[in-house]
Design a protein around this ligand. Structure first.
Ligand code: HGY
Ligand code: MN
Ligand code: MN
Length: 410
């Protein structure tokens, strides 16, 4: 049995036209009108396939096909919300390949022992409403849905209001049904598989993530009349934090990464010394202790910079997730399945966060990676070749079917 690659590629293309940014990418920020349109399209495909489609209290969509015997389903899926400079494959591939796997089984008249479900989770990106992986975090019981409703986005919108506005405030309870296992196909979004000429990644886990928002309070002043020694320039302090973050990651080396991705200066005018700077610091490391060390070092740097410039600091933690290790049985199953398909395969950790890291809180979870051309992602140029898409979807098919034949009483 093999997936219908043409159907999968056509659906990826059709979904990418929703929120099309005209440069090859698409933008569907969580719970935006574009996200709603993308959701509606995928739900239509799910319903056309005859799946039992349900929506939970945080807007996660779970489409189920019964198995030969009753029991917890094998679940796959990912997300269809994107960042503002989104590509066509981040998240979308995992959802549409999961749907394709089920459609392949339906077309072949094959019904595995266990039920199978394909899901897309709300606000995986966390770009509009932090933290990231929010929908799957709530699904796994890591945050109460009522707390999630009150999250305010970068545009001032309240998550619960947006969920109702787009019509995806569902009635299925959170936390959700515990799957028998969860497997997610995703693009690597990094350079490793391509650099080593491998086709499949057997993902060993996800690195730890720390997102912090800093508000630096200086003094609005005249850009022409204020002597340099008299300034409390929040803009300079913010720029110094960005330089310090890069220096810290370089010094720590290894898997440490650091990013200042969001920076807002007020009043954001050419002739006013910035009195307020709001910025984010994203720190990640595969090692939990090293991530904590990086956080401590970064905090000390921010305090030093603020003290030297005479600005105040307010901190808000936007996301904090420890590193996650995936289920060895599933990692091994991905590896052996890839080899059976004749593909080169490598074990590697994920640099990006994924819904699988939240599902791993409730069941055995794992991921299948396929290469990203040039290691580019969160960029309209994001690309994975049709051959690699087909290879990843067929590995996903066999991994899911294998798990779906697990004894139901297990
Ligand atoms: O931030 C991340 O790693 C993911 O794209 N949400
Ligand atoms: Mn993703
Ligand atoms: Mn992403």
């Amino acid at each position: 049995m093999a997936v219908n690659a043409g159907r999968l590629l056509a659906r990826l293309e059709e979904l990418s036209r929703i929120g099309d940014t005209g440069d090859g990418g698409c933008a569907r920020l969580a719970l935006s009108d574009e996200d709603r349109a993308g959701r509606d399209l995928v739900v239509t495909w799910m319903r056309d396939l005859g799946l039992d489609v349900q929506i939970d209290g945080i807007g996660n969509v779970i489409a189920l096909r019964e198995g030969r015997e009753p029991g917890a389903p094998v679940m796959c899926g990912s997300h269809i919300d994107t960042v503002a400079t989104g590509g066509r494959y981040d998240g979308n591939l995992g959802v549409l390949a999961g749907l394709e796997v089920i459609e392949t089984l339906v077309s072949a008249g094959v019904t595995p022992r266990r039920a199978m479900a394909v899901a897309f989770f709300t606000d995986e990106e966390g770009a509009r409403f932090a933290p990231d992986m929010l929908g799957s975090l709530v699904y796994a019981g890591g945050m109460a849905v009522e707390e999630a409703y009150d999250i305010v986005g970068i545009d001032g919108a309240r998550l619960g209001d947006e969920l109702a506005r787009v019509g995806y405030l569902g009635s299925l309870p959170c936390p959700g049904l515990v799957p028998h296992a969860y497997v997610e196909l995703h693009i690597e979004q990094g350079p490793v598989l391509e650099a080593h000429g491998e086709v499949i990644g057997a993902v060993t886990g996800v690195q730890g993530i720390s997102w912090q928002e800093l508000r630096l309070g200086g003094q609005f002043n005249h850009a022409g009349t204020t002597p340099m020694a008299f300034r409390h320039d929040a803009g300079l302090a913010a720029a110094s934090v960005a330089v310090a973050a890069r220096r810290l990651a370089t010094e720590l080396g290894g898997d440490q990464v650091a990013t200042v991705g969001k920076l807002d200066l007020r009043p954001d005018l050419v002739n006013v010394v910035a009195g307020l700077a709001t910025l984010t610091v994203d720190l990640r490391n595969t090692d939990g202790d090293l991530l904590a060390r990086a956080e401590r070092r970064m905090a000390a740097e921010v305090d030093r910079i603020a003290s030297e410039e005479g600005v105040s600091v307010e901190r808000r933690q936007l996301a904090r997730f420890d590193p996650v290790t995936f289920d060895e049985r599933i990692v091994h199953l991905v590896e052996t399945t890839a080899r059976e398909h004749g593909h080169s395969v490598r074990r590697l950790p994920s640099g990006a966060g994924h819904d699988a890291q939240m599902l791993a809180r409730m069941c055995p979870a794992g991921m299948v990676f396929v290469p990203s051309v040039g290691g580019i992602s969160h960029n309209p140029a994001e690309l994975t070749t049709p051959e690699h898409i087909e290879a990843g979807a067929n590995v996903l098919l066999d991994v899911l079917v294998h798990l779906a034949e697990d004894d139901v009483v297990a």
